[in-house]
Ligand binder design. Sequence first.
Ligand code: FES
Length: 289
Amino acid sequence: MFEVLSNDPLAPEVHRLVVSAPRVAKARRPGQFVIVRLDEGCERIPLTIADADAGAGTITLILHAIGASTRAIAATPAGGTLRDVAGPLGKPTHLERWGNVACIGGGVGTAVLYPLAKAAAEAGNKVYPVIGARSADMLILADELAEFAEEVYIATDDGSRGRKGLVTVVLEEMLAGKLPRPDAVFAVGPVPMMSAVAELTRPAGVPTIVSLNPIMIDGTGMCGGCRVTVGGETKFACVDGPEFDGHLVDFAGLASRLKMYRREEAAATEAHTCRLGRADGVSEKPSRE
Ligand code: FES
């Protein structure tokens, strides 16, 4: 059992849990994730390790409570327990000293982006987060990113904070040299957003790393649930990723696979059961958050 030490709302339906998991906290590196199971028989939910404190033996998880299982986990109060926290899983983020790094996060993808951006800054890069959400109340981690970023750019669909529009508008200005031009880009968020970022950076020749969120079940490369096509080859996001070269990812195939379990998830949500897992907790067939 893993004790939940705190559970704070960050935005509507978005919770930040600090969980006691000393072994994971010690072993974890940026970019890795865990698979969480609330109780026996519950769905396995992959969640990015947003942060960790090896000394305190804690990890921080951020999840979007939009399905039966993530709602159940999000409802776990401080003092409650999670039955399983398996990990750390996946490959750690590949880091270089690129120079300027644009870190683009859409929605709850910003929770996955945060540890990558922090690691890039610690590796000596100048980090420029560009984070977007539907509205100001849905933005997360802007203040936390500002602690190590050169500047945080914000875009909201309704213009309630920052620019009105998509994060790609800011990226276009960066690539045009109107804002600091990136030498590398991280992008995490909805598939259309990551695809759009990759198409903008491809002609500019800017290396682009995306963190993919396919459906995950075992998280160990055995089930094939998280398979994605990268550079024409089949890869398993849980063991070969979750980060890949954005210019090589088949985003259309990924989008198609993410739709596969919508009917089952709707049924599980309707029944308030805790059965089905995604690498961002967003869908509920499990995929990572
Ligand atoms: S989650 Fe089963 S192979 Fe990746």
